[in-house]
Design a protein around this ligand. Structure first.
Ligand code: HEC
Ligand code: HEC
Length: 264
């Protein structure tokens, strides 16, 4: 039940962001433009990060990535807030040229827009090779019906997550905190154990996918103990195992995975 409710909320946010996006895209060329986003990031570090955090997660100022779901902020509103500040609050006006403010808005936007809507630099074909061979990703993840378990299916990852979220998932899987498929270890009354990821759960039963991809429906009546892991099953050492270029290419490939066609 809970899962379904979350899903609906998420779908509404996505729909709202999407509408917002397509309407704004034509208005300002900085939005979605990699050079403008990079320039905006520098300006953001210099003028905003002190209060909003380097990744917009908030501090003295509010979180810019996870705002109230029901009020997506459009680009013009953000532009005005940054240019004029918030009178009476601790948010200063920024004395910069309009095009620089647009670069900042483009950067903040890039933190939340689904990856498929961003122009992500990198070699998609090279990234594909890493996913299916060197990185070993396909041993645990499926794309378009091929690949393995127990990681989530990544067929629509670019349509669901921002570039930043995908990057964090790959580089710091345990940092993400929210595991859609939570690693779990179950001990049965009969003595046996089962390790895998929990993909669904009620008070009476749990569905667990093991390493081999087999789905187990576990009746809670027969369970002695359930231990959820706080660390992801996903390896945490890709930062060192893959080069910078390889990571960039992998991110480019993942960002293109969407059930909707790219917007640009
Ligand atoms: C001195 C601290 C500080 C600095 C520097 C700062 N902000 Fe803020 N910002 C705040 C505070 C506090 C608020 C909340 C204002 C309010 O109460 O409405 C805010 C609000 C905002 C909002 C509206 C958020 C929302 O959800 O309504 C945006 C967007 C924003 N800031 C962007 C920026 C950007 C971009 C920069 C850099 C150019 C920046 N801020 C610099 C403190 C700061
Ligand atoms: C040993 C299995 C395993 C391997 C290998 C693995 N992953 Fe994962 N991955 C998982 C599991 C399990 C999750 C879900 C739990 C979590 O959120 O950490 C996950 C989560 C993710 C997510 C987040 C999915 C979402 O819904 O947001 C992404 C993206 C991802 N992996 C990409 C990769 C890439 C790219 C590689 C290869 C470089 C890789 N994974 C290798 C098991 C694996």
């Amino acid at each position: 039940m809970r899962k379904c409710a979350l899903f609906v909320a998420f779908a509404v946010v996505l729909a709202a962001q999407h509408e917002d996006k397509s309407e704004k895209k034509s208005k300002n060329p900085a939005i979605g433009n990699p050079e403008a986003i990079a320039a905006g990031q520098k300006l953001f570090f210099a003028s905003c990060a002190g209060c909003h955090g380097p990744t917009g997660d908030g501090g003295r100022g509010p979180n810019l990535r996870e705002r109230g779901a029901w009020h997506p902020m459009d680009d013009d509103t953000m532009f005005t807030i940054v240019k004029k500040g918030v009178p009476g609050a601790d948010m200063p006006a920024l004395n910069r040229a309009d095009n620089e403010i647009w670069q900042i808005v483009a950067f903040v936007r890039s933190l939340t827009a689904p990856a498929i809507e961003a122009k992500v630099p990198g070699d998609v074909e090279a990234g594909k090779q890493i996913f299916w061979s060197k990185g070993g990703c396909s041993g645990c993840h499926m794309i378009a019906g091929k690949g393995g378990f127990p990681g989530p299916d990544l067929t629509n990852i670019g349509g669901l997550r921002s570039v930043n979220e995908i990057r964090t998932s790959v580089l710091d899987p345990s940092e993400r905190g929210v595991f859609e498929s939570q690693p779990v270890r179950i001990t049965f009354r009969t003595g046996g154990t089962l390790e895998g990821v929990c993909v669904d759960r009620t008070n009476y039963a749990m569905q667990v996918i093991d390493k081999a991809g087999k789905i187990h429906r576990v009746d809670m009546g027969g369970v002695e103990a359930v231990v959820f892991s706080k660390t992801s099953l996903m390896p945490g050492d890709y930062k060192t195992r893959l080069s910078r270029d390889e990571l960039r290419d992998l991110l480019a490939y993942l960002s293109r995975q969407s059930v909707r066609p790219p917007a640009n």
